[in-house]
Design a protein around this ligand. Structure first.
Ligand SMILES: [Zn+2]
Length: 149
């Protein structure tokens, strides 16, 4: 009984668990820095203008390594989704709704749907995203279903 009390006190003093931080490297660090600043950029080939996501060093259409980016308006449509009930990860809501969004700019984007029940999600629904500070390590684009009509 005494050990249980000590464990409870220790758990209360620990900081809340955070999500797994994004891995930032040479080819995607710029993208995460833009998200940290409140934007959702989409990489664009500087030679043929093809948009691509996730960020990568070369255009799949023309093999150019020159690129710039545009900022997404974060509006789109659900093209697929799944609900993760198990396992439950510290720092994440439960269940987690993961969706593939077709952004209006024309690229697919994997994200979480928030503020809805899994039963309310359907392919083809319109969504709107926003950049949210999740915890001390993570700023992420999150999407909500727009009301029908
Ligand atoms: Zn290109």
């Amino acid at each position: 009984m005494r050990e249980q009390t000590t464990a409870t006190v220790a758990a209360k003093d620990k900081p809340a668990p955070t999500r797994i931080a994004s891995v930032r490297a040479k080819d995607n660090g710029w993208w995460w820095e833009a998200v940290d600043a409140g934007r959702l950029p989409i990489q664009r080939c500087a030679t043929c203008q093809t948009l691509r996501h996730p960020p990568r060093p070369m255009c799949g259409e023309c093999q150019s390594t020159e690129w710039d980016s545009i900022d997404s308006a974060m509006a789109g449509e659900i093209v697929s989704f799944t609900t993760l009930h198990y396992p439950q990860f510290p720092g994440y809501p439960s269940p987690v709704i993961c969706a593939v969004i077709r952004l209006d700019e024309g690229v697919n984007f994997v994200t979480n749907l928030i503020d809805c029940e899994p039963e309310a999600v359907a392919i083809g629904q319109r969504v709107q995203g926003e950049i949210q500070t999740i915890d001390a390590k993570n700023t992420l684009p999150q999407f909500r279903i727009l009301a029908a009509g």
